[in-house]
Design a protein around this ligand. Structure first.
Ligand code: XIL
Length: 378
């Protein structure tokens, strides 16, 4: 696929000029004839030693060539948006269905991409049968059997696993910040380390990750949550639990403020424990922004640029994934639908698969990354 976007770039350049904005990615946009091959996010990330990619849906990879081509060209790392969650893999308590998940792995293998597993333990996306089947007596076994079976199925083939997803929720009121999830209620607070140890037993090569959201901003609420996440990871490390990375989901909202020193310090603290940080689900909702498409795009891309500029200065940030590749399918149209009925514009490609200012902001941030990673370039 060739995404020829000269006209669009010209338009972007002139509209940005017209709004008086001098944006860091406008020069990249101006000189970009195509955004595939050597000019893709994939190549630019790779050149600077980064993994970069997106969440994908198996049916679209199979049925929509433009979607599949864009994912193939732009990503060297994929994650299943839903296909590896309990609900997708466990149609019944005694049945596993790996069809969609295996299809994503096959696509990744065919295109020289790595794949992240998402996820082994979460309070959401549990199958219908879970509630009537899981008890205090059998929940620990349900969890470890699932992990053994699922992580075992993919053993040796994945870049990483989100072993536990979203275990902290400060407003549930516990001093350790743990969310009152079914796993906490049925297994107890040790469920997290049980999950990590089971994952390690089943797959000795995937990087085992704790993944969470709402830890990016310097608001009191997010500062508290970030502190509880850090304590959790520190406790796990102290106990010798196998954990290798923290995933910062990064579902940001334009107008809510820009992440800053708090997140930077958190990434450094995590690094001091010897852990990597993955930006696992990046997108920017513009549901609070009025204004023209150009103004919205400008604000969204600026937040992407500022955010990536901040996190990529930290050498333990090694992977960036957006939650989807095209605005056509973003979950934000359901999660944060705009009041004016306009679709969200939050990802590197718009609904027609044309690169958006987000694309250029990301690529330019990857290029700047080389300046902060001298060892990679020399
Ligand atoms: C979302 C998917 O994008 C939706 O399609 C699905 O309906 C609900 O889950 N944090 C996560 C992801 O860890 O798994 C969620 O994905 C988005 C928030």
């Amino acid at each position: 696929m060739h995404i020829r976007s000269t006209r669009r770039n010209f338009l972007q350049q002139s509209t940005f000029a017209a709004t008086g904005c001098l944006l860091p990615w406008s020069s990249a946009a101006a000189s970009a004839d195509t955004v595939d091959g050597p000019r893709s996010l994939r190549t630019h990330a790779q050149t600077h030693g980064l993994l970069s990619g997106c969440a994908v849906v198996a049916e679209r990879l199979a049925d929509e060539p433009t979607y599949a081509d864009t994912v193939a060209q732009q990503a060297n790392l994929l994650v299943a948006e839903n296909a590896m969650k309990w609900r997708a893999l466990r149609p019944a308590a005694d049945k596993y269905n790996f069809t969609q998940a295996d299809a994503i792995l096959a696509f990744a293998d065919a295109h020289g991409q790595r794949l992240r597993g998402h996820n082994l333990c979460w309070h959401e996306a549990l199958p219908e049968w879970f509630q009537s089947t899981a008890t205090r007596e059998n929940a620990r076994r349900l969890l470890t059997d699932h992990i053994q079976h699922v992580a075992g199925h993919f053993a040796g083939k994945l870049h990483s696993w989100d072993v536990v997803n979203e275990a902290i929720d400060v407003k549930d009121g516990r001093p350790d910040g743990l969310r009152k999830s079914p796993w906490l209620e049925l297994v107890g607070p040790d469920y997290i380390e049980i999950a990590f140890r089971a994952a390690r037993m089943a797959d000795s090569t995937a990087l085992l990750t704790y993944n969470d959201y709402g830890i990016e901003l310097d608001t009191p609420e997010q500062e508290q949550k970030r502190a509880r996440v850090l304590e959790l990871v520190q406790r796990l490390k102290l106990k010798g639990v196998p954990i290798h990375a923290v995933g910062v989901q990064s579902h940001l909202t334009a107008g809510d403020g820009v992440p800053g020193a708090g997140l930077r310090d958190f990434i450094r603290e995590v690094g001091a424990l010897g852990l990597q940080v993955f930006i696992t689900e990046l997108d920017v909702s513009d549901h609070n922004l009025a204004g023209s498409t150009v103004e919205r795009d400008t604000a969204v891309a600026k937040l992407y640029g500022d955010y990536l500029g901040l996190v990529l200065k930290e050498p333990n940030v090694t992977a960036i994934l957006t939650w989807g590749i095209t605005d056509k399918y973003t979950w934000l149209n359901h999660e944060h639908a705009r009041r004016d009925g306009q679709p969200q514009r939050c990802l590197p490609f718009d609904a027609e698969y044309k690169p958006t200012p987000v694309f250029f902001a990301m690529r330019s941030a990857y290029d700047s990354h080389s300046q902060t990673q001298p060892s990679l370039g020399s």
